[in-house]
Design a protein around this ligand. Structure first.
Ligand SMILES: [Ca+2]
Ligand SMILES: [Ca+2]
Length: 696
């Protein structure tokens, strides 16, 4: 039978459907495509040779460009790690999926594309970085790094079991992924594998085999490296400059000399982080590092560089380590592509390479991301799917978002995209048929402030030619860039009368997008202020049996002043205000209520902030006394908050229904004393932080 006759005989109704029109008969018998979604962390497009970057060569990632589609206009909606991941999984903007910044815990009961694929016959797995502070859901198999993970001999959590694995993280993640592809899945089912690398995230620790790469080259600093930030107010107060805000030891691998003292708290933190990283390495690994960095560090110390020369040296050290990490990523992308070729999976497998956002490789003097400016807004995106997608296409026109990934994967799997997903499938674009009503502008919103790197909150719009952004909260500044005339975004022309009409149009378009995505209430996501609580211990006398550390002692009165933080995000926690911190030991104190009173409820509120080595107490004990001498224990509560899952949280230890009269209340909080083995500060002194003991 001829193909045409066969189609006719199939019934006219089907003929008109898009299913048939895509690739004819083959489509009917075709198995749903497999998906290998490779994502690295902080990989800027400038460091991919297929994007035209001159910094390095990435032959394996470039294969995807030769054999598939490369997107030049691919963007992130909120340029920071956990939020970008949550957007990709849900197809919803940050304010709807709940992860507006890195401190938020992802609600793993919500709708995600892996969940939907799994419910529809796909086998799903995630291997590598997860970073959403809850256990992965929607996966038949998961083996993820805790938090940010480590480069050398990292811990992995495999289906809930935590163990340390010897080796280099980028190699290990690929080993586990190939093992799953080869040995752990059911070959009868289509699969979706999320292979998510830690690299090249800070602190940029290369594998041993690449430690000497780029030794003999000098990488040119970007033209904007010595930017003075004129015309851009928010940029003047950031803390993400390579010259001023990298740690010499942790980031740049120049450890303190024996006997050398750190001067600031900031330097001490860098040293602690560096030492815990160094401790994880084996003797052999440390020897290789010593051989690579030792002589160069010696030369650096002898040179006693200052000013611009020092900044340039820091840039070289930073960018070379960053590129060395990418060499491992590229090599391991090659291993996956080779495996797909060898195993016959190549034809029917969609391979995606992307990064959770872009990154600054010295532009404006910076490392890190966060801004709506191009280097952090743009994400690399390459897609290969031989069965349906043409090869060697460079898409320079169509604006796609990380918001679109979930709908696109579902579309390729032949599934309906849920109405509440805000992204749109770019499958038609991949096959060369861009819908006429495809978006001409993208919407962006960044929230994490005040926090690391001090990039102010902002939202904005980018069209093909222009970018308009509004910085808000403790500032009220607008910025407009004409990308055609000013691709480096150095000249904010918001107040230039020549652009008045452009501003007016863009503002109207921006408001339309904010309404479309349901993101018009800025107040709702601002850091919360301390809440006022009225209670019986308010303003009463507190006597410490064990005093706090002098660095985090804002006075005992703060514990009973009636003000308490209720939202445990680091954007609203200034450790210097309102908290009492105890390092390595317990907290023990007595509150004198002045006279005997009936007590029904006592609660003591503590902070957990894993990144700052602050943990919940192991247990809190409450006692009462009439005379302040003999105390009767009324209860002891164990900690119920996960150390592994909750990186930043406030929790109250509370006893209700007491019904006793007493004048004195004693609280004892037991510190875990040292940081646990999986923590970057393993073995170092753990903190407990308390604020507001409420007596009702
Ligand atoms: Ca990232
Ligand atoms: Ca207080």
């Amino acid at each position: 039978m001829q193909r045409r006759q066969f189609l006719k005989s199939m019934g006219q109704g089907l003929l008109a459907t898009s299913l048939l029109s895509i690739s004819g008969i083959r489509c009917l018998a075709k198995k749903p495509p497999n998906i290998v979604f490779i994502m690295s962390d902080d990989h800027g497009f400038q460091a991919i040779s297929a994007y035209g970057g001159k910094l390095n060569q990435t032959p394996n990632i470039d294969r995807l460009a030769k054999e598939g589609v490369l997107f030049e206009q691919s963007f992130v909606t909120n340029s920071i790690c956990a939020p970008s991941r949550a957007v990709m999984l849900t197809g919803k903007y940050s304010h709807l999926n709940g992860v507006i910044d890195n401190s938020k815990v992802f609600d793993n009961q919500q709708q995600t594309f892996p969940n939907i694929l799994r419910a529809n016959g796909y086998q799903t797995a995630i291997i590598g970085k997860w970073h959403l502070k809850c256990e992965p859901t929607g996966f038949d198999y998961w083996n993820v790094l805790p938090g940010q993970g480590n480069y050398y001999n990292p811990d992995f959590i495999e289906m809930g079991q935590r163990k340390r694995v010897d080796g280099y993280v980028t190699d290990l993640i690929t080993d586990f992924a190939l093992d799953w592809l080869q040995n752990k899945r059911d070959p009868q089912k289509p699969f979706c594998l999320l292979l998510h690398h830690k690299a090249p995230h800070r602190n940029w620790m290369p594998n041993i085999k690449y430690l000497h790469k780029y030794d003999d080259v000098e990488i040119p600093v970007p033209d904007t490296f010595f930017d003075d930030y004129s015309t851009r107010e928010a940029a003047k107060t950031q803390e993400m400059e390579i010259a001023r805000h990298t740690f010499l030891d942790y980031d740049l691998k120049v450890p303190d000399m024996p006997g050398q003292q750190d001067e600031t708290e900031w330097e001490k933190m860098g040293s602690r982080m560096w030492q815990s990283t160094w401790r994880r390495m084996s003797d052999e690994q440390r020897a290789a590092w010593q051989k690579a960095y030792g002589p160069k560090n010696e030369a650096f110390r002898r040179a006693k560089l200052k000013g611009k020369e020092l900044a340039k040296w820091k840039f070289q050290r930073y960018i070379k380590d960053y590129l060395r990490c990418i060499d491992s990523v590229d090599e391991n992308v090659g291993r996956v592509l080779d495996y797909l070729d060898r195993s016959g999976l190549r034809e029917n497998t969609i391979v995606v390479y992307t990064s959770d956002q872009g990154f600054y490789l010295g532009e404006h003097g910076w490392f890190d991301k966060r801004w709506i400016y191009e280097p952090s807004l743009r994400m690399p995106l390459l897609v290969r799917y031989p069965a349906e997608v043409p090869s060697g296409v460079r898409n320079t026109e169509d604006m796609v978002l990380n918001l679109d990934f979930a709908p696109t994967f579902l579309d390729f799997a032949g599934l309906k995209v849920p109405e509440d997903m805000q992204g749109r499938s770019f499958r038609p674009i991949l096959t060369g048929k861009t819908p006429t009503d495809w978006r001409k502008a993208i919407y962006y919103h960044y929230y994490e402030y005040p926090a690391w790197h001090m990039v102010k909150r902002h939202y904005g719009i980018r069209t093909k030619r222009y970018k308009l952004a509004h910085f808000y909260y403790d500032i009220d500044e607008w910025e407009l860039f004409d990308l055609q005339k000013d691709p480096d975004e150095l000249h904010n022309v918001y107040n230039d009368p020549a652009y008045a009409e452009v501003v007016k149009q863009l503002k109207a378009e921006l408001e339309k997008l904010r309404a479309q995505y349901g993101d018009t209430n800025l107040q709702k996501y601002l850091p919360s202020k301390p809440q006022m609580v009225r209670h019986k211990a308010q303003g009463k006398k507190v006597r410490y049996l064990i005093p706090p550390d002098s660095r985090y002692d804002t006075g005992a009165a703060t514990l009973v002043d009636g003000f308490a933080f209720t939202d445990g995000t680091y954007s609203n926690i200034n450790l210097k205000t309102g908290w009492q911190g105890f390092e390595g030991g317990n907290m023990e104190l007595v509150i004198d209520l002045g006279k005997e009173q009936l007590i029904e409820t006592i609660s003591a509120q503590f902070l957990q902030q894993i990144e700052s080595w602050i943990f919940m107490p192991v247990a809190v004990k409450f006692s009462l006394s009439g005379n302040g001498q003999q105390f009767t224990v009324i209860g002891q509560l164990p900690n119920s908050i996960s150390e592994r899952a909750a990186e930043s949280v406030i929790h109250s230890f509370r006893i209700n229904g007491i019904g006793q009269r007493a004048r004195f209340v004693k609280i004892k909080a037991k510190n875990r004393k040292t940081c646990p083995s999986w923590h970057p500060g393993a073995g170092g002194k753990a903190w407990i932080f308390c604020d507001e003991i409420v007596v009702l």
